[in-house]
Design a protein around this ligand. Structure first.
Ligand code: AKG
Ligand code: FE2
Length: 311
């Protein structure tokens, strides 16, 4: 008979992926710096995450969960408020076993997001072994999975770079340096939706830049590392937390500080002005203007307006 854990696994992962041994993944993270698997997630799981994460994308002065635009990217860091599927994945035996084997008994979810990357986004080659305060020596992994098919703008990783990048106390690398010294070590992850990449945060990587303005790549990102005393705020909806034990509490940072600045820093000024945004502002101005005229109108006009709306 199927246990509820088996059912969750069958919903999340393809049959082929369920055969993957976390010890083998940890071995690849140690040797090459990355592990990847084409179509690790079922189409049902990917569709559920996309639907939950995009229900209300941009809302000003709205109590629902919504994301932020940072120029050429959309980010929803509150994924654990909307997606039980993501919660099931990130607390799955697979993820916890990989973490235990690679990071030891203590590990914490540091950052998470559903994100969309648009044409014109430029990401420098970098490592992720850093906090919001800069370079740090904290072992960690990042799991990225694709929500859309990725034929360009793919994740790229310099194989083996996790073995030497730690000798340099910085996180960013120029395109000239990589092209000159490591071109033959660049690994490309052009993969269909549902594919998963896990990488060692010490490795040098980026998303390949795409200039085509209509380009969109949809992905999910989760960073987990071995330092459990601080992290980005993890905002949860209690209805999603259907499993709790001391490991899950440690993983989510229960009762621990979360003083890192949530990435990316955004404000109204990083919201690109496009048709959709212009439409929202135009509607707002028209509604507030009409409301003002109504408020200033004499009583008999108000009652006529009220009556006509009641009909
Ligand atoms: O989206 C990608 O391919 C890479 C993302 C990344 O490196 C990051 O957000 O630190
Ligand atoms: Fe990164």
């Amino acid at each position: 008979m199927n246990t509820s854990e088996d059912k969750t696994e069958n919903f999340l992962f393809t049959k082929e992926f369920q055969k993957i041994d976390p010890a083998m993944v940890a071995e690849e993270l140690k040797n090459k710096g990355f592990f990847s698997f084409s179509k690790a997630f079922t189409t049902k799981a990917i569709n559920a995450i996309e639907k939950d994460a995009t229900k209300s994308k941009l809302n000003l002065n709205d109590n629902r969960i919504c994301g932020v635009y940072a120029e050429t990217q959309y980010h929803l860091t509150k994924l654990l408020c909307v997606s039980k599927t993501f919660f099931d994945f990130v607390t799955s035996n697979f993820v916890f076993d990989v973490c235990r084997k690679h990071l030891g008994d203590e590990f914490r979810l540091k950052a998470l997001r559903y994100y969309e990357t648009y044409g014109g986004h430029h990401m420098q080659w970098h490592t992720d072994n850093k906090t919001d305060r800069g370079f740090s020596h904290i072992p960690g992994i990042i799991i990225i999975f694709y929500i859309s098919d990725v034929k360009e703008g793919q994740f790229q990783y310099i194989e083996g770079s996790h073995l030497w990048s730690g000798e340099k106390a910085y996180s960013n690398y120029s395109e000239e340096f990589i092209n000159k010294e490591y071109k033959d070590k660049v690994r490309d992850f052009k993969l269909p939706s549902g594919s998963m990449v896990i990488y060692n945060t010490y490795g040098i990587h980026r998303a390949e830049p795409v200039s085509n303005k209509s380009f969109v790549r949809k992905s999910v990102f989760a960073q987990i590392d071995a330092q459990i005393e601080d992290g980005e705020p993890i905002i949860l909806d209690s209805k999603i937390i259907t499993k709790m034990n001391s490991d899950v509490a440690m993983f989510l940072g229960f009762g621990k500080p979360s003083n890192y600045v949530a990435y990316p820093p955004t404000s109204i000024n990083t919201l690109p002005l496009n048709k959709n945004v212009l439409g929202i502002f135009l509607k707002y101005v028209v509604i507030r203007f009409m409301r003002k005229i109504y408020d200033l109108s004499p009583g008999f006009v108000k009652s006529v307006v009220k009556k006509s709306f009641r009909k």
